[in-house]
Design a protein around this ligand. Structure first.
Ligand SMILES: *[C@@H]1O[C@H](CO)[C@@H](O)[C@H](O)[C@H]1NC(C)=O
Ligand SMILES: *[C@@H]1O[C@H](CO)[C@@H](O)[C@H](O)[C@H]1NC(C)=O
Ligand SMILES: *[C@@H]1O[C@H](CO)[C@@H](O)[C@H](O)[C@H]1NC(C)=O
Ligand SMILES: *[C@@H]1O[C@H](CO)[C@@H](O)[C@H](O)[C@H]1NC(C)=O
Ligand SMILES: *[C@@H]1O[C@H](CO)[C@@H](O)[C@H](O)[C@H]1NC(C)=O
Ligand SMILES: *[C@@H]1O[C@H](CO)[C@@H](O)[C@H](O)[C@H]1NC(C)=O
Ligand SMILES: *[C@@H]1O[C@H](CO)[C@@H](O)[C@H](O)[C@H]1NC(C)=O
Ligand SMILES: *[C@@H]1O[C@H](CO)[C@@H](O)[C@H](O)[C@H]1NC(C)=O
Ligand SMILES: *[C@@H]1O[C@H](CO)[C@@H](O)[C@H](O)[C@H]1NC(C)=O
Ligand SMILES: [Cu+2]
Length: 583
């Protein structure tokens, strides 16, 4: 069994009835069992997805972060892991609970700072807990500990990951489920399903290449694709010197489906670079949420997930089915993303006997086969209407244009720029903490890319991307309104203006534009960046500084300043090898 103790205790009868078969080697697994609301559950009572007023219990976690050798796909390599696990443990809470995570930084070989980000959480009462080093906090130094504490202020599916350099591409990721009101009823919650591209080289050496001076190395290819941290790898493809490190048939993940029952799958792209195209042979997918935002359901056969995105789908078990079906994800090719081995299959099975036969022989949906060759975009905005309607300000007081480019900086390193400036963090000088002390101008540090929007009540940002790569653009601290997205130039129109799409990551297509808007309801220093690990390492990043007058009034706990003193003590003795933007 792979369950948190409390859940197992209280829901054991329900869970046993749904246990996957056969029992998997759980060494690298997060739960693939159904998840249910936690004890003291349903605190939202009669509240529905249209209410916004949750309740509160503390859910405490203790994370020890280390670097160790693991072989999730059979290839032994150094990975960064949490409590011995890759992917990291599931964080579960009910809507409105307080999540507390104490992180112990025990990374060695070499030592590194660390900071964990809670993707999609608004942090409206704890803007300093967002976990971005150089922006809201100093890194947790080697040997140090830090306790994050924040409210589970939205419900649905998400993940957490390190925001320190590209550590998360080295394994520092895990799923997060926040139980809340249901929009569409379902029978069985299959829990989080992590889709991750996977690189056999260490993240640091990849980053050296992607921000290096040799343009032929700036687009590294992933070596494999994983569902729930698992896939097989063909060891005959590794370099001759590496064969002893590689074992074939590491195993794939199994999911049990029940005929006629409605299953909820919480899909998460927690990879570094690859855009995922997910599908289940013979089964339709009913999309019920994008990121943390429930939507009016629609049915499709392929779900596209850019890095950082989540899609919750309902899948009805086929009546009378007994066999097994391929649940497949592929890293989209073309210029969407780059991989030498883009495909992964997990088994969706009905009858225990079916899974023993091995990989299913079912046929992929034609729509999936067509999409994997390179449709680098999310589903049309017209398909994704938020369940709870909100109308954005039709005339925001400020519209900021930002152009994204790729080129060489003065030392001929290949970097990404936003408005002609490549971001670089100063881990010792977090923007939010400076702003809290009344300092909102950094004339000597234009590379901090801070956009001070003052007291503007709403903010529109128009991104343009003339290049040939797409970028999954993520904004912290908000569910952004996505007013429009597409190729070519924006014609000034808004899709579904009374209730546009809201989510926290949207794919900005190659040769295209993305227009987003926020209500300035959350004073803070909020990262707006490409979520491809290699691109944010290359500087594709700005900070949205929102309502500095109100940031000055935030009661930021003294532990934040203390962490900076502890980090400074470390950096006084050790020169940090910051080869990239820092994020
Ligand atoms: C699980 O896999 C790990 C790594 O391959 C191996 O060391 C361990 O013996 C396996 N455990 C079982 C029960 O098969
Ligand atoms: C999938 O959806 C299509 C279109 O709504 C429908 O025609 C088809 O019967 C569905 N197939 C299954 C297996 O549910
Ligand atoms: C798929 O086909 C192969 C070859 O015919 C067979 O050995 C295997 O058992 C089949 N797998 C399933 C799940 O039916
Ligand atoms: C919630 O919002 C949805 C979408 O507008 C609407 O269909 C539904 O009736 C609303 N439910 C309640 C309880 O207000
Ligand atoms: C954009 O870049 C120009 C030229 O470097 C600079 O003057 C301007 O302040 C930048 N805009 C913002 C909002 O940072
Ligand atoms: C971009 O910045 C570089 C150096 O920082 C400068 O030489 C160049 O003129 C700038 N380009 C624009 C369009 O501002
Ligand atoms: C604000 O902070 C920056 C970075 O530490 C510093 O260079 C600058 O002098 C500070 N400005 C004021 C007015 O203190
Ligand atoms: C609104 O934002 C713009 C652009 O950042 C800024 O120049 C202006 O001062 C802001 N307005 C207010 C009222 O803060
Ligand atoms: C160019 O970018 C690289 C990679 O981030 C960085 O190490 C180097 O310092 C930058 N050069 C300049 C002149 O900013
Ligand atoms: Cu990008």
């Amino acid at each position: 069994m792979r369950l948190s103790g409390l859940t197992a205790l209280l829901f054991s009868s329900f869970v046993y009835a749904q246990t996957d078969y056969p029992e998997l080697n759980t060494t690298f697994l997060v739960t693939t069992n159904p998840v249910t609301p936690l004890p003291q559950g349903f605190p939202w009572g009669s509240k529905t997805a249209n209410n916004t007023n949750p309740c509160n219990v503390i859910r405490a976690y203790d994370f020890t972060v280390k670097r160790e050798q693991k072989a999730p796909d059979g290839y032994l390599k150094n990975v960064l892991i949490i409590n011995g696990q890759f992917p990291g443990p599931l964080i579960e809470a009910n809507w409105g609970d307080t999540i507390q995570v104490t992180v112990h930084n025990q990374i060695t070989g070499p030592e590194e700072g660390v900071a964990l980000h809670w993707h999609g959480i608004l942090q409206k009462t704890s803007q300093w807990m967002d976990g971005v080093p150089g922006v809201q906090q100093c890194p947790i130094p080697p040997g140090g500990s830090f306790t994050y504490s924040f409210i589970a202020d939205l419900y649905g599916t998400s993940w957490y990951h390190s925001h320190y350099s590209a550590q998360y591409a080295g394994g520092l990721i895990g799923p997060m489920v926040i139980h809340g009101p249901q929009t569409i009823p379902y029978d069985i919650d299959k829990g989080p399903i992590l889709l991750t591209d996977y690189f056999h080289r260490n993240y640091f050496s990849i980053v050296e290449d992607v921000v290096g001076t040799d343009v032929s190395k700036v687009g590294p290819l992933s070596d494999n694709n994983l569902i729930q941290g698992r896939n097989n790898f063909d060891c005959s493809t590794v370099a001759p010197g590496d064969t002893t490190k590689c074992t074939d048939n590491a195993g794939i993940t199994n999911f049990r489906f029940s005929p006629g029952k409605v299953h909820r799958l919480r899909l998460i792209n927690a990879g570094a670079e690859g855009m995922q195209k997910f599908s289940i042979d013979g089964h339709n997918l009913t999309v019920i949420a994008n990121d943390f935002v429930p939507i009016i359901p629609y049915t499709t056969q392929v779900v596209t997930l850019g890095i950082g995105q989540r899609t919750d789908v309902l899948v009805t078990g086929l009546p009378g089915a007994t066999g097994s079906y391929a649940m497949r994800s592929s890293i989209a090719g073309g210029f969407c993303s780059f991989s030498t081995q883009p495909d992964v299959i997990a088994i969706a099975y009905y009858n225990h006997a079916a899974v023993a036969l091995g990989t299913p022989n079912t046929t992929a949906w034609p729509a999936w086969s067509a999409s994997v060759t390179g449709q680098c975009a999310n589903d049309p905005l017209t398909d994704t209407t938020p369940w709870y309607p909100i109308t954005p300000d039709p005339n925001p007081p400020v519209t900021q244009n930002i152009d994204i480019e790729f080129g060489q900086n003065a030392t001929l390193h290949w970097v990404w720029t936003m408005n002609n400036s490549s971001f670089r963090a100063n881990y010792n000088q977090p923007i939010l903490l400076l702003s809290n002390l009344g300092n909102n101008s950094y004339p000597d540090s234009p590379q901090w890319n801070v956009y001070n929007f003052g007291s503007n009540s709403s903010i529109r940002i128009h991104l343009t991307n003339p290049g040939f790569l797409s970028h999954p653009i993520h904004l912290h601290g908000h569910n952004m309104f996505v007013l429009n997205v597409g190729t070519g130039s924006w014609d000034g129109t808004i899709v579904n203006p009374s209730n546009p799409q809201r989510r926290d990551v949207q794919i900005l297509p190659a040769g295209g534009y993305l227009v987003l808007q926020i209500e300035a309801d959350n004073p803070g220093a909020w990262p707006l960046h490409c979520h491809i690990a290699w691109h944010v390492s290359g500087g594709l990043y700005v900070t949205v500084l929102e309502r500095p007058d109100d940031i000055a009034k935030l009661q930021i706990p003294s532990i934040m300043a203390q962490t900076c003193r502890d980090w400074a003590t470390f950096t006084d003795e050790t020169v940090v090898d910051q080869i990239d933007s820092g994020l």
